[in-house]
Structure formats: C-alpha cells, structure tokens
Design a protein around this ligand. Structure first.
Ligand code: ADP
Ligand code: ZN
Length: 704
C-alpha cells in the first residue's frame, strides 16, 4: 500500500516522501477505519484525505468544509495537479451544482467539497451514490469548547448514521483536549485512528513588542513588507474600524493594502480576497473573519495589532504564515489596553470563566521573558526541553537591572493620587506633563510630579507594564481600570523588597528591521534564479488566471533554483512538481533555467519526452492533448516517434488489437488510396502509429 500511496504522492503532487504521520492516517483510512487528524495549520492535512480518495477504486470522497473560499482554493489546487475535483456551494448557480452532482454520481469526480448545509439538505441523494470517504475539515467547529463553534456542524452526527460503512475523518488544527474528545463523541467515530502531530512550526519566528504607538506600528509593518517585496502578509486587527484605519494608514505609506472584515459587502470582501490571493496586494488588514483555510503558501508574516483572546486563535492565525516551510515572522503588539478590552469581552461572553482563563494564558505568552515557543507548545501539551533560538527572548535575552527606584516612583505616584489614576494619567504625572486633566485634578502639585521626566513615555509604559506583570501593581478592572499597589508593591515602596526589571529595548529593536530595507538584488545565484523563477510564475499565473501559488509554491521554486533542472526528467525531480504540472509548465521554467545556466533555451526532444511522461502516467490521448495544448494528431505523431525509439511498448494502450489488425491488414493489402481512406475512418495520425508498431514488431522479429 505504501508504494501505491507514494506513487500517487509523487505523480500528482511531486513530493518525494510523506511527512511524519501522514502515511499512517492514509493507511488507516484506506483500510476503512475512522480517523482524527490534528495538525497545525500548514502541517499537511489535506493530503491525509486526498490520497485515500485517489486510492479508492471507485466512488467520490465528500469533504465537508465551512467556507466557500476554502473550497474554491482547494479545488483549484487539485485541478491544477490533474485531480478531478469540484465544489458544491451557494455561490454557484443551481444548474452548475446539479451537473456537478451528476458527474459525482457517475464516478467522474474523486473529491467533492460541500458545505455542511448542503450535505445535510441533500443527504438522501448523497446516500444513493458511492461515497469513498468523508473528510470533515475544520472539525473543531463542532465543539462548544472550540473557539469557532458552528451549530450546523453538530448535525454532522447524521453522517455516521446514514453512511455506516464509510470511513469518516475529522481534521482540525485546534488541539485542546476537550475539543478533541468532543469531536470524536459528536461525530460518533468508532475507534478512530488518531494522529496528533507536533504543533511546532519552527520556521515561524516569534516576537512581541509592548506598547508601540500607531505610527511606530505602521512603520514597522511597512519595513516588514519591504523586507519581503515579492510576498505578502496579514495584519490582524481587533475591530472592523481598526482594520479600515490600518488599511488607510498603510496605503498612505505606500503599501498595496486591502481590507477584509465581516462588515463589508460580500462582493467587496470577495474582491479583497481575490486581490490578495492573486498576489496583487502586499498586505491584507483584517479582522479574524479572514483566513480560515487560506492556503496561500507565500504569506511571509503575520502581525497582530491587538492581542487575541486566546492562544488557540493566536496560533492558528500566525500559522497562516510560512506554510511552505520557509522562514516567516509572527509579530504581536501588546498593550495593557488590549488586556482590559479582552477582559470585558470575556466577562460578557457566555463562558466568562473559561474565557478569562484562556485570556490569562494568552497574556502570559505576551508578557513572557522566556522562550515563547516553549510556552506555546506547552499550552498544547507538547513537551519541549530546550529553547527554540527563533523567538525574541531566545535571540536577545532581556537585560535585567534593579528597578526598585523606578518602581518606588511609580508606586508613590499611585498612592499620592489616592489610587485614582489610570496608566496614562500616571505616566503624565511622572513625566511632569502639564495637561488639562492633570492640572484639573491638582496632580501637578504632587511631589512626584515630574520625578520621572528622564524617561520617555514608552519607557514608562514598558516599566509599568512589567510592574503589573510581576505583581507589584494591579489594574482595578472594577474601578475604572485605575492602578493600585499590591502587598508586594507596598513592600517595594517601603524598600523592604527589590524589584528586578528588564531593560527597555522596544523601539530600538523595532527599528532594527530597518536594515533590511532597500535590499539590493541578491548576489547569491540561487536567490537570483529564485527571483527570476518567481517572475516566470507570476506571468504564468496571469495567463492561466490563477493565483501564483497554485502554479508552484515558493518551496517548489526554491528547490528548482537549487537543483537547476535543464531537462524535463530533472524538472520532475523537483519537490512540488507532479507530472501534470511538470508538463504543463515545465517548458517555461526549464527555458528560464537553461538561459540562466548559459544553455540554449530549449531542450532537444523535450516535447516527445513530455508526451512520454504523460503516457506513462496513464493519461489518454485526449488528456495529453489538452494538458499540452496540442492536437491529438500531434500526440499520435509523438507516439509514432516514441515507438520507433523503443520508448513505448505498451501498444495496447494506444490502439485496440482489433483496430490494429484491421488497419494493418488494409495497409498490407496496399490498395490505391488506402492511406487516405483509413485516415478518414480513424483518428488522424493513428495510421502512422500502426506503421510504427509494425516496424517495431519487425525489429523484434529480426532480433530473435
Ligand atoms: P493544512 O491543511 O494542514 O493547513 P496543507 O494540507 O494545506 O496544510 O499543506 C500545507 C503545505 O504543505 C502545502 O503546500 C502542501 O502541498 C505541503 N505538503 C503537504 N504534504 C507534503 C509532503 N509530504 N511533502 C512536501 N510538502 C507537503
Ligand atoms: Zn525561543
């Protein structure tokens, strides 16, 4: 079974091996067992159900998916790989939907994506066709414990009832324990094979910046975008308004930015999505409404302008970056303001206790001074014994200093106002800002007024944030978010206890990204070719009217740039180049590489070899003609040539024995005009093939 699965992986996807765990799930499902697949975003879940769907000798795999954009993206990707797939959804006219259903019933579609609503509405109809397996994508939507509960998902328990013998797989990127067991219970899975793969995404670097201002934030994002000029990023904002403002601000700074949130009209939203997926926007400023199932492999960075309410959401959102496995960046901007806001949300949610606890864990992550990846992985119950080396805390461990005096200044400010100051007010007092609200309250006459004027507003914000984190001060959420000292804070104030703080580096670190700005053309040849191949890809994508990553992922282009294949055979060895794509796009890319390496642009005999590759992959004459965009008679001419060169021997796949005998006999007869007569009766070019076969047979006889 393994060989067969690997052959399909190589033929359709161009990958050489399975990732850890993938084959085990495939094997389980292909032998009829239910399965639960929990893998981080980008881990390679799709292949876990797509390969079993291809292995099934008959029937169609039904993939339940919550979002139309996601279905379209997946089907487009499959079709580009030469796999018959389609989607049923409400954005398509009913006529199209009907003909797709007929095609599925006739066994012409291997993978059919459906919305849960559609599946449930037509479940009787589906029960009458041959279904090879069910894949329930984004399965966490079934659970109230999950962060994205969708009531319609709970009705999917009907699947197991209606299709008792058909294996059901549940797939999700959300791993918490409660959600997991909920999925199994609600879908009535029987003894499912469970794949819980590592959640580590080591290629995503993690950093957090506390309290940047809006200007700083925007400039930071611009620098990030400039660092990856060919790729794109996502800016997540808490509110629709925030997303709109960010779009406007970043556009004003010269970025090609689009906006995406649930308050926009479906048309406007769709336009944003298309622009982004097609690579015509560098950044999408969005609320969390954006992104589920976005399989755009060249998202290089994700910035959270506001802190999410829980680690699951955060991890899923940053997981959209770097799905190709190449280096990517996740940046979180954090402020106590966000914590206050999120707390209010949690308080007003249906489950305040659960949500406040989840928020606390998220806050701990944001405030951490230790390896951030360890925190994330431990949240998903994954053990990790060493630091990752790819987060801000690992890269530059914070410098500590005795911050007792600073803390005393702040704490005494808090005491002097009678615990009636919020963070901004306290900073104003410490820095001696003559502001109306401060003067009005008489705080400009306090002895602490101006005692901290040597520090900037950002520095104070950082140190006060740390004091709250360390438990020297707390925010009185119930009292207008005023600050107040804790018992530990009082001890610090009295000089009975020391408070060690981390040296503020915020803006200096943020500015560092600047160095990447204006990178000149790389002198590394691999990088250079990589950029050139990206340009070819952009052109091919434009001509085919598909997003660039549907043509080839960045990872595939990089492998191409490293291997520099100059023949079709070598081209097919590139990771991510399956047979259909190899033949469809090979010529363009190979000729670019040949030029780059100083060879003439075309490989001799390439077109024959392309035909041979497709023939060996089992394609029919019509399929070969379509893939290569040539006439069928030309395909036959290629066959004749390949037969003459001894490269095709499976003649029966080209012509039936009866036809061969009939044509052969008439040719031997040699009546005048026989050639024209036969050519009128049989597909043009087939007679040449018969002649070639006759020559091959004669050679064979001669040999023996
Ligand atoms: P998920 O659905 O888990 O978020 P995908 O199925 O979209 O992830 O896979 C993420 C990326 O990894 C895709 O570009 C996919 O083609 C690639 N991929 C999956 N399996 C393999 C493999 N065995 N070898 C190489 N690349 C793979
Ligand atoms: Zn780390």
């Amino acid at each position: 079974m393994r060989t067969r699965a690997e052959a399909l992986l190589s033929r359709f996807y161009g990958y050489h091996s399975f990732r850890p765990g993938q084959f085990d799930v495939i094997e389980a499902v292909a032998s009829g067992r239910d399965a639960v697949v929990i893998m981080p975003t980008g881990g390679g879940k799709s292949i876990c159900y797509q390969i079993p769907a291809l292995m099934a000798s008959e029937g169609c795999a039904l993939v339940v998916s919550p979002l139309i954009a996601l279905m379209q993206d997946q089907t487009q990707g499959l079709i580009a790989n030469g796999i018959p797939a389609a989607a049923l959804h409400s954005n398509q006219n009913e006529g199209d939907n009907r003909s797709i259903m007929e095609a599925a019933a006739a066994g012409k579609i291997k993978l059919l994506y459906v919305s849960p609503e559609r599946l449930l509405a037509d479940i009787d109809w589906f029960s009458r066709i041959k279904v090879s397996l069910f894949a329930i994508d984004e399965a966490h939507c079934i659970s109230q414990w999950g962060h994205d509960f969708r009531p319609v998902y709970t009705e999917l328990s009907k699947v197991k009832e209606t299709f008792p013998g058909v294996p059901v797989m549940a797939l999700t990127a959300t791993a918490d324990r409660l959600t997991r067991s909920d999925i199994i219970a609600q879908l009535h899975l029987t003894d499912p094979y469970c794949l819980l793969s590592s959640f580590d995404r080591p290629n995503i670097s993690l950093s957090v910046y506390a309290n940047p201002g809006a200007r700083q934030r925007n400039q930071f994002i611009v620098r990030l975008a400039q660092k990856y000029p060919q790729d794109s990023g996502i800016v997540y904002c808490l509110s629709r308004k925030g997303a709109e403002e960010a779009t406007a601000a970043l556009s004003a700074l010269g970025l090609r930015a689009v906006c995406y949130h649930a308050g926009m009209s479906p048309n406007a939203r769709d336009a944003s999505l298309r622009t982004f997926l097609a690579g015509r926007a560098q950044v999408v400023c969005a609320t969390v409404a954006f992104g589920m199932g976005i399989d755009k492999s060249n998202i290089r960075w994700v910035v959270h302008v506001n802190m999410p309410g829980n680690i699951e959401s955060y991890y899923q959102e940053i997981g959209r970056a770097g799905r190709d496995g190449l280096p990517a960046e996740a940046v979180l901007f954090y402020s106590l303001q966000d914590v206050i806001l999120r707390r209010n949300f949690a308080e007003e949610s249906g489950q305040p206790l659960v949500n406040k606890e989840k928020l606390r864990r998220m806050q701990e992550y944001a405030e951490a001074r230790v390896c951030r990846r360890r925190i994330l992985l431990s949240y998903f119950s994954e053990e990790r014994l060493c630091d990752c080396g790819n987060c801000d805390n690992c890269r530059r461990p914070p410098q500590r200093f005795d911050g007792s005096v600073l803390a005393q200044k702040a704490l005494s400010g808090v005491m002097r106002t009678g615990m009636k100051a919020g963070i901004r007010m306290l900073i104003g007092i410490l820095r001696g800002v003559s502001r109306f609200d401060i003067r009005n309250a008489g705080y400009d006459r306090l002895p602490t007024f101006g005692c901290g004027s040597d520090l900037s507003e950002e520095e104070w914000l950082d140190y006060i944030t740390q004091m709250v984190q360390l438990g020297a001060m707390e925010i009185a959420y119930e009292d207008a978010n005023h600050l107040r000292p804790t018992p530990m804070g009082l001890r610090v104030l009295r000089g009975e206890e020391k408070l060690v703080l981390s040296l503020y580096t915020g803006t200096a670190e943020m500015r560092k990204t600047k160095k990447a700005k204006g990178r000149e053309v790389s002198s590394d040849p691999v990088q250079q070719l990589f950029e050139q191949l990206k340009a070819v890809r952009a052109d091919v994508a434009r001509m085919q009217n598909v997003p660039p990553y549907i043509v080839f992922t960045d990872a595939a282009l990089l492998d191409m740039a490293k291997r520099k294949p100059t023949t079709l055979t070598d081209f097919l060895a590139v990771s991510g180049v399956g047979e259909v794509k190899g033949v469809r796009y090979g010529k363009r890319f190979i000729s670019e590489i040949r030029k780059f390496t100083g060879l003439s642009a075309t490989e001799r005999g390439a077109t024959y070899r392309e035909t041979l590759v497709l023939f060996n992959a089992g394609c029919s004459v019509a399929e070969i003609a379509q893939t290569k965009n040539i006439r069928e008679s030309t395909v036959y001419a290629h066959f004749a040539n390949l037969i003459d060169n001894g490269l095709i021997t499976a003649f029966h796949r080209i012509i039936s024995a009866d036809d061969y005998r009939a044509i052969s006999a008439e040719l031997d007869n040699g009546a005048p005009g026989v050639f024209e007569k036969l050519n009128g009766r049989y597909p043009s070019g087939l007679v040449d093939v018969v002649n070639a076969i006759k020559r091959a047979v004669a050679r064979k006889k001669g040999e023996s």
